[in-house]
Unconditional design. Structure first.
Length: 133
Protein backbone atom coordinates (compact mmCIF):
# COMPACT_ATOMS: atom_id res chain seq x y z
CA UNK A 1 0.00 0.00 0.00
CA UNK A 2 0.94 3.60 -0.44
CA UNK A 3 1.68 5.94 2.46
CA UNK A 4 0.15 8.87 0.53
CA UNK A 5 -3.16 8.81 -1.32
CA UNK A 6 -4.57 11.70 -3.37
CA UNK A 7 -8.36 11.87 -3.64
CA UNK A 8 -11.34 13.95 -4.57
CA UNK A 9 -14.82 14.20 -3.12
CA UNK A 10 -18.19 15.66 -3.92
CA UNK A 11 -20.38 16.18 -0.85
CA UNK A 12 -24.00 17.23 -0.60
CA UNK A 13 -25.97 17.77 2.58
CA UNK A 14 -29.33 19.38 3.21
CA UNK A 15 -31.90 19.74 5.93
CA UNK A 16 -34.83 21.75 7.19
CA UNK A 17 -35.42 23.25 10.60
CA UNK A 18 -38.70 25.10 11.32
CA UNK A 19 -37.11 27.16 14.12
CA UNK A 20 -36.78 30.88 13.32
CA UNK A 21 -32.99 30.95 13.67
CA UNK A 22 -30.03 30.96 11.32
CA UNK A 23 -29.37 27.55 9.78
CA UNK A 24 -27.62 26.11 6.76
CA UNK A 25 -30.23 24.31 4.64
CA UNK A 26 -27.88 23.18 1.84
CA UNK A 27 -24.15 22.58 1.48
CA UNK A 28 -22.48 21.36 -1.71
CA UNK A 29 -18.70 20.96 -1.64
CA UNK A 30 -16.05 19.78 -4.06
CA UNK A 31 -12.67 18.94 -2.56
CA UNK A 32 -9.28 17.38 -3.15
CA UNK A 33 -7.18 15.86 -0.41
CA UNK A 34 -3.84 14.26 0.37
CA UNK A 35 -4.25 11.52 2.98
CA UNK A 36 -1.35 9.98 4.85
CA UNK A 37 -1.80 6.45 6.23
CA UNK A 38 -0.43 5.36 9.61
CA UNK A 39 -0.12 1.67 8.59
CA UNK A 40 -0.40 1.44 4.78
CA UNK A 41 0.25 -2.34 4.66
CA UNK A 42 -2.19 -3.18 7.44
CA UNK A 43 -5.75 -4.52 7.12
CA UNK A 44 -6.95 -1.42 9.01
CA UNK A 45 -5.34 1.98 9.37
CA UNK A 46 -5.81 5.51 10.65
CA UNK A 47 -5.40 8.27 8.07
CA UNK A 48 -5.36 12.05 7.97
CA UNK A 49 -4.28 15.03 5.97
CA UNK A 50 -5.05 18.41 4.42
CA UNK A 51 -8.07 19.19 2.25
CA UNK A 52 -8.85 22.12 -0.05
CA UNK A 53 -12.14 22.76 -1.73
CA UNK A 54 -14.93 25.02 -2.91
CA UNK A 55 -18.37 25.13 -1.33
CA UNK A 56 -21.82 26.57 -1.89
CA UNK A 57 -23.95 27.00 1.23
CA UNK A 58 -27.56 28.19 1.44
CA UNK A 59 -28.61 29.83 4.70
CA UNK A 60 -32.15 30.47 5.96
CA UNK A 61 -33.02 32.64 8.90
CA UNK A 62 -34.21 35.97 10.24
CA UNK A 63 -33.67 38.91 7.85
CA UNK A 64 -33.42 41.96 10.15
CA UNK A 65 -32.55 44.37 7.33
CA UNK A 66 -35.92 43.65 5.66
CA UNK A 67 -38.13 43.78 8.77
CA UNK A 68 -38.52 42.71 12.36
CA UNK A 69 -40.36 39.44 11.60
CA UNK A 70 -38.95 38.85 8.11
CA UNK A 71 -37.07 35.72 7.12
CA UNK A 72 -34.88 35.19 4.10
CA UNK A 73 -32.30 33.06 2.35
CA UNK A 74 -28.72 33.74 1.31
CA UNK A 75 -26.39 31.66 -0.88
CA UNK A 76 -22.67 31.90 -0.11
CA UNK A 77 -19.82 30.53 -2.24
CA UNK A 78 -16.21 30.35 -1.08
CA UNK A 79 -13.02 28.32 -1.30
CA UNK A 80 -12.04 26.57 1.91
CA UNK A 81 -9.14 24.76 3.56
CA UNK A 82 -9.41 22.04 6.14
CA UNK A 83 -8.34 18.71 7.53
CA UNK A 84 -9.75 15.21 7.33
CA UNK A 85 -8.96 12.18 9.44
CA UNK A 86 -10.41 8.77 10.03
CA UNK A 87 -10.10 5.02 10.12
CA UNK A 88 -10.41 2.48 7.30
CA UNK A 89 -11.20 -1.25 7.67
CA UNK A 90 -10.88 -4.20 5.25
CA UNK A 91 -8.02 -2.59 3.29
CA UNK A 92 -6.94 -5.90 1.66
CA UNK A 93 -10.36 -6.72 0.19
CA UNK A 94 -12.36 -5.40 -2.75
CA UNK A 95 -14.71 -3.68 -0.28
CA UNK A 96 -13.42 -1.07 2.18
CA UNK A 97 -15.25 0.52 5.10
CA UNK A 98 -14.25 4.09 6.06
CA UNK A 99 -15.17 6.39 8.96
CA UNK A 100 -13.97 10.01 8.88
CA UNK A 101 -14.29 13.47 10.41
CA UNK A 102 -13.65 16.65 8.41
CA UNK A 103 -13.31 20.30 9.41
CA UNK A 104 -13.69 22.99 6.71
CA UNK A 105 -12.59 26.58 7.30
CA UNK A 106 -13.97 29.01 4.69
CA UNK A 107 -11.63 31.59 3.19
CA UNK A 108 -14.38 34.26 3.05
CA UNK A 109 -17.05 35.07 5.65
CA UNK A 110 -20.72 34.73 4.70
CA UNK A 111 -22.09 38.27 4.47
CA UNK A 112 -25.61 39.16 3.33
CA UNK A 113 -25.69 42.96 3.00
CA UNK A 114 -29.24 43.04 1.53
CA UNK A 115 -31.33 41.13 4.08
CA UNK A 116 -28.90 40.48 6.95
CA UNK A 117 -29.59 36.74 7.07
CA UNK A 118 -25.96 35.97 7.89
CA UNK A 119 -22.88 38.07 8.52
CA UNK A 120 -20.19 35.88 10.02
CA UNK A 121 -17.42 33.43 9.35
CA UNK A 122 -19.05 29.96 9.37
CA UNK A 123 -16.76 26.90 9.58
CA UNK A 124 -18.31 23.49 9.02
CA UNK A 125 -17.65 19.96 10.14
CA UNK A 126 -18.86 16.60 8.96
CA UNK A 127 -18.83 13.02 10.15
CA UNK A 128 -18.95 10.40 7.39
CA UNK A 129 -19.09 6.66 6.89
CA UNK A 130 -18.47 5.14 3.50
CA UNK A 131 -18.23 1.86 1.66
CA UNK A 132 -15.94 1.59 -1.37
CA UNK A 133 -15.92 -1.36 -3.71
Amino acid sequence: GDTLQLGGRLALSFGQDPAPRLRATLRAALSVDAMFWAAPESVSSFFGGPVIGYELTRYHGPAPLIGADATGAFVHQTPWVGARGGFELLRHTDTRLTFAVELALPVLPARDDEAGVVSRWVPSSSVTAGLAF
